[in-house]
Design a protein around this ligand. Sequence first.
Ligand code: FAD
Ligand code: SF4
Length: 509
Amino acid sequence: MKTRWIFGNQLCHQLPLLNEADKQNDVILMVEAKSRSLWQSYHKQKLVLIFSGMRHFAEELEEKGFTVDYRKAESFTEAWESHRERYHPDEVHVTTVTDHRMKRALKKWENNLNGEVAVHYHSEKPLFLLSEEEAVDRLKGEGPWKQDAFYRRLRKERDILMEDGNPVGGRWSFDQDNRKPADEDTAFVKPRTFRPDDITKQVIKEVERDFGDNPGNLDAFPWPVTRKEALKKLNQFIDERLPTFGTYQDAMLLDDPFMSHSLLSSSINIGFLNPEEVIEKAEAAYAAGEAPLNAVEGFIRQILGWREYMRAVYVKKMPGYASVNELGHEAELPAFFYTGKPKMKCMEQAIRPVIDVGYGHHIQRLMIIGNFSNLFGISPQAVSDWFNEMYVDAYDWVVLPNVLGMALYADGGLLSTKPYVSSGSYIKKMSNYCKHCEFNVKHQTEDDACPFNAMYWDFLDRHADKLQDNPRMKLIYSQWQKREEEKKKEIKKKAASLKQQLTKGTLEA
Ligand code: FAD
Ligand code: SF4
């Protein structure tokens, strides 16, 4: 008899491991392992998403005629032992996992079987467009690599948004058309949400009971917990929200943490939707004239380009990648990352939705939270742990390259040519946050000065040895060097005082 073991982020009906299953003789094993939920103090929304998603998936498999052994256990090992005693499998089939810690745990479990049960690994392909081998093969040498080359190759090979061998519209990327700030009165179509059904309500109760001290709220739980719901969310996005995705991709607006973002990452990363079908639907919307090219190309680039690329970098660079700290940052994470009450309006707007629903859009993650963490020198591992815990779409393979690489430059520029840092002026340009903030974005050293300003120059000054020769940073360094010594001293003094305020907790509201 064969066991087919499905893990909590592989809830995909098209898994090869399922396609070739024999419904009469094979048993599907699924385990809610308490020990796995304790690896970190995960956001309650994330726990509800995974447990409810698993229970719904098990139910769907049973409806399709599979036998499912669904176990709640202290650990995977405990569940496996009971399953083995009950069914006596001679083969176990699993889908390749990407996260390193899970890979190690699986290897250990496999070694402990001493060859008494044969373990077969199946392709993870519907969960990603490329297999691990195919992805890693595209990253030659030890880096740095370029995402755009990776993306173009995939576009050509898969004939996505291509016309006679050339990119549709004559350009590979419409990024420059995707940076419009939103006006205060721009109204975006709200993303579709779902009312918790009985299964989800039960999981919410259990999570409140067993993980009540974990971060996050469960007052509203808006996430799809089945493929059917995820498809509804995808369709609504394509029909009603994709057209404005491109233009406002980098914009931020007070009290609208969603804008035109798809909110599909939690569904794609858990397996409800596969990246290929999401890309196909977006491309079809362009072909039908229902969404403009800058929106469709911008959206497809995120999935075909960034998602696959980040995963390739993770697989290639782990395990060493987890501990990179090129800039030597060691500061602790301030408490407001969990309370959601910083004085800075931009930080409050970026963290609040994370606490409420485990979500923030890309620019909030990158240019607000990542930027702040870099400017204040917070330990990259403290930041990546927080991201791993707090977002509904977070898994190690996507968190580490995005946080350590893209946002914090902790890998020394393996996947971005310069750190994504900015003063308050970028935040003012791309959002209306500053208008509602108690700090003054135009001030640098005054009592009410925007903290991002002095901290930005201080960051450049303290990392000059590593960054001033970077061709993309020469101009900004020449501006800093031209400043009068007295002014530089004043800025450094202000930055030192801000760092103290952060440590003392006086940047909390
Ligand atoms: P949209 O803006 O609608 O984008 C569409 C899709 O593209 C997303 O659903 C996602 O599948 C994919 N995508 C876009 N950018 C990336 C990227 N850089 N890497 C991988 N996929 C991408 N994404 C996660 O899925 N999980 C994370 O834990 C995560 N942590 C991040 C941390 C930081 C510091 C940064 C800068 C980015 C992070 N991202 C992460 C990438 C990106 O921010 C999210 O995928 C996106 O915000 C999810 O929201 P959405 O579905 O509305 O995305
Ligand atoms: Fe953020 Fe500074 Fe603007 Fe306040 S003034 S919202 S701290 S950038």
